[in-house]
Design a protein around this ligand. Structure first.
Ligand code: HEC
Ligand code: HEC
Length: 218
């Protein structure tokens, strides 16, 4: 009888303690992320970007060979803080980075930068005209509507200039076109307005053309 009474008292104590409820809701609680970057990349991220970052799904960007600093910046920008919304809006990626620390993001940047890009996209004959238009725009811009040459920031071969200008060569055309449209509408606004300015006077055909051309660059 005495034992039961003690148990009940302990139970009552445990129930009145608010600690458990607080720890489950605490956003700073230790993330359940796997221990190594390799495990994260081949576990969590691989489903959409492939383990080595050579995504085969046109909507998901290829990360292999991208500059480490750029990748880390994007991961930081996808993450909302207690006081500020995410600088780059993507419901999918925001939930992916929620449990990552800045150190994880740095390591993931270094990991993908080390992987060899293996772009698999091949242009069809139907794309020939678009590629021609895109090539001229990429390397020379369009003086008539004031679009600057992409090459001046992303490099003549599309390998970018670290740390600020990302590599674009070989990227899926669908992903690139989506980003151009997001910059254009302002829905992607983590570029200090640089890309938003580039896009203001580009036609729909120019956006498609340059996206297809970029996918063929090696
Ligand atoms: C469910 C699919 C999915 C998973 C899982 C996923 N991603 Fe993504 N990721 C995307 C999509 C879609 C985008 C493009 C978002 C946009 O349109 O802005 C993206 C974009 C990115 C970008 C920006 C690339 C660029 O060129 O700007 C990085 C970096 C990235 N993901 C890293 C990761 C990492 C690291 C993980 C694992 C922790 C991960 N992703 C898991 C779908 C996914
Ligand atoms: C004045 C420099 C500049 C010029 C010119 C420029 N860009 Fe960019 N671009 C940037 C910067 C900076 C970023 C990275 C923004 C960020 O940090 O998120 C970027 C990002 C991008 C991205 C997103 C890459 C990714 O992986 O998500 C694409 C696509 C892109 N640019 C395409 C183009 C195209 C196409 C042109 C030519 C029509 C062009 N850019 C011209 C500076 C430039």
């Amino acid at each position: 009888m005495k034992m039961i009474k003690n148990t009940v008292m302990l139970l009552a104590l445990a129930l009145s303690a608010p600690i458990s409820a607080e720890t489950t809701e605490n956003p700073d609680a230790a993330p359940a992320a796997p221990a190594t970057v390799e495990e994260t990349a081949s576990g969590v991220c691989a489903g959409c970007h492939s383990a080595d970052g050579n995504s085969v799904i046109p909507m998901n960007p290829i990360l292999a060979g991208q500059h480490a600093e750029y990748i880390t910046k994007q991961l930081i920008d996808f993450k909302a803080t207690e006081t500020q919304p995410a600088k780059r809006n993507s419901p999918v990626m925001s939930s992916m980075v929620a449990a990552l620390s800045q150190d994880d993001m740095k390591k993931l940047g270094a990991y993908y930068a080390k992987q060899k890009a293996n772009p698999s996209q091949v242009a069809t004959d139907a794309d020939a005209k678009l590629i021609e238009i895109g090539k001229i725009l990429y390397h020379g811009g369009n003086i008539e509507n004031g679009v600057p040459a992409c090459a001046s920031c992303h490099g003549p071969n599309g390998s970018g200039i670290p740390p600020h200008y990302p590599a674009v060569a070989g990227q899926h055309a669908e992903y690139t076109l989506t980003q151009l449209n997001l910059f254009n509408t302002g829905d992607r606004g983590n570029d200090n307005q640089i890309m938003q300015k580039v896009l203001t006077r580009m036609s729909g055909q120019e956006k498609r053309a340059v996206s297809v051309y970029i996918s063929t660059m090696r």
